[in-house]
Design a protein around this ligand. Sequence first.
Ligand SMILES: [Fe+2]
Length: 254
Amino acid sequence: MRVHPRAFTHVAHRALGVSYYAHNPRLLTHVMQNPLYKLAKLTSEHLKTTRYSKSIDFELSKSFSNDLDSVVDCILPEQTSDERQVRALSYAPIVLGKNVPGKLNELYNAARDAFGQVRWTEFYEEDPWSRSFLPLFANGEGIGPDGRLKHNEVILGLFILGPNTTYPEHAHPAEEFYIALTGNPEFSIGNNKFESQEAGAVVVHHTNISHAIRTSSEPFFAIYGWRGEIGEKSWYRNNMAEESEPKKYPTINK
Ligand SMILES: [Fe+2]
């Protein structure tokens, strides 16, 4: 297998603690200019360094981090799309108006700066499964097949779930992470009970594992990512644990 020499340069610079970007001013410029690259860069750092999560798999988190590093090292094509009505964006003033202290502040500010750069949709078509949560649900793809920056293997985006609601149990072939920024979300993974996640927590979902998110009085604001089989659909069962039950596929409209 031939490895591009630049890959070695990158690794060597990192190993030596030398800023890769100092040697690549063009890449430095694009990272500085578009808030989505900065979000990708800081998200990658957070995934590498966070230690205060109950639901983290460090191997998977590292894979996401490597994906995002490779994204930052590319100049991705920009895409345009129609504006869509997304009802949960009514929570934007709340989720963007928080005072997030400490180490998480820089990542939160990067998410705020990228807020207008992601492509917000309600993601699902309204049906009996989605009806209860859809008015409180906003999915903003920033980097990905349908993002403002096009990438076919990775998705990086922002997510809002309004207060007092449940994004019900579902699963998907893609691997997923969330980084909780604001709100007091609870996650249920693999049919286990809901557990609260503090700000800064990284929650990872392995391929096809059942998961659900619940909020209380505050809307939940997060960074999320997908890797792996990102073109495959999400699915659910009325009873996720009952494997003999056929999978149901909600209609995606993103
Ligand atoms: Fe998910």
